[in-house]
Each structure stands twice: as structure tokens, then as C-alpha cells.
Design a protein around this ligand. Sequence first.
Ligand code: C5P
Length: 241
Amino acid sequence: MKNPVRDVIVACDFPSAEDVLSFLAKFDGRPRKPFVKIGMELFYGAGPDIVRTVKKRGHHVFLDLKLHDIPNTVRRTMRVLSALDVDLCNLHAAGTVAMMQAALEGLTRPDGTRPLLIAVTQLTSTDQTMLENELLIPRPMAEVVLHYAKNAKDAGLDGVVCSPLEAKTVHDACGADFLTVTPGVRFADGEIGDQKRVMTPAEARKAGSDFIVVGRPITASPDPVAAYERCVREFVEGEDA
Ligand code: C5P
């Protein structure tokens, strides 16, 4: 994918290929096709064909498999994902700079093109106590997240997954072109659910997010197309909520 621009990625957290395809059929005939996130549940359940099918329908695909293994294994796996022609994929920055560099080598096709690659810094399910007591990292979370983002930048990656609240700090440290892909987005008048720190699409735009990842506010809406198009108006086109 070349020259990424601000976009809304729909987290298609469905258990089967049938579910995701009937969801995407609702967007047929609309002017804009959603950028689709395929996560572990769907990929492991439905297999790699789901990526090919969704791509064939004309959607960009973010394959969210969060790789974390030795560099050689990650290099070889990324080669497979690159051949699947995903647009965006990811790994854990905790795998080290060497692993991230190996991933980029694996992703890069003979003609020099490759999918975009972003890193997970620290999962939002990890809190400060877990960081210190279980992972034995005695530093403030914000400092760890920023340090991992800088490692990803040094390794040559395109960006990180982070909270919209961290987008500005990441851009300040890693540059305006370093992508921030941010979940935890809710409408001003919507349910928060299990997300703790949320922003509206309009706020995420102001915070400098490049992509928002939105799941249930769209997938669980009685009118998913209207919810998606509202996200696009607020986040991509800059309409106030
Ligand atoms: O339904 P909801 O909008 O909360 O979905 C957010 C999506 O982003 C889910 O697919 C979730 O797994 C993913 N995600 C997240 N927080 C992270 C990383 C990924 O919510 N830190």
C-alpha cells in the first residue's frame, strides 16, 4: 500500500467467514469500502482464504496477528503474509530490533514493495503493576511505550499501535510520517464497553491518529453502514461530533 492517508479500519471480530462476508455485503454499492482488520480468531478459524476473499472484494486488509518469535521464524512467516498481499500487518516490539528487522526482510518482495508493518508496544491490557511485578520492567508505562516506538522506528517499521492519547508523543519522537494506529474509539453518545480510555473519532483526528480501529461501535450497531460513514465523516473529513 502506497502513501497511506487517514482512514477508518473496521475490526471484523467475527467467528466465521460467513459472518464477515455477510457483514461486508451491507457495504455493497456504497462509495467507500471499509479497510478491514482480520484478527487471530477469524484468521485461525477461517484460514488464509479469508484474506484472499476480502481482498478480492476490493478491501484493504490489516492482518492483526501480532507476531513474536525468533527472527528467523518471523522472517519466514512474514514472507508468507506478504505473498497473501495484506496491506498492513504487525508484530510485538518486545521481540527486539533484530526481530523487527528480520520481519521487514521477510515482508519485502523481490520488486521492493511490501505491506506496511507496525509494532504493538505494550498491550493496553497490561497495567503498571503487571509491567513491574510480572515483566520486571521498573519504568513508567508511557516511557516504555515511547522507547518501544523508537525501537520500531530504528528498525525501519512504519508505525505503532497505540492509544490515541499517545499519538502526539509518538509523532513528536518518531516523526509525523510514523503511523499511529489507534483502537479505543467510541462515539460521544455511544457505549464504552470494556475499553477504558476512549476518544471519539473527531478527538482521535485532533490527537493526530493516522488510522482508527473501530469494532463494536460499527459491528454491533443496528445500522453498521451509517455508523461507519459517521466515523469517516468525523475522522477522515473532520466533521465535528
Ligand atoms: O470493539 P472495539 O472497538 O473495542 O474493537 C477494538 C479492536 O482493536 C479489537 O479488535 C481489539 O482487539 C483491538 N485492539 C484494542 N486495543 C489494543 C490493540 C488492539 O482494542 N491495544
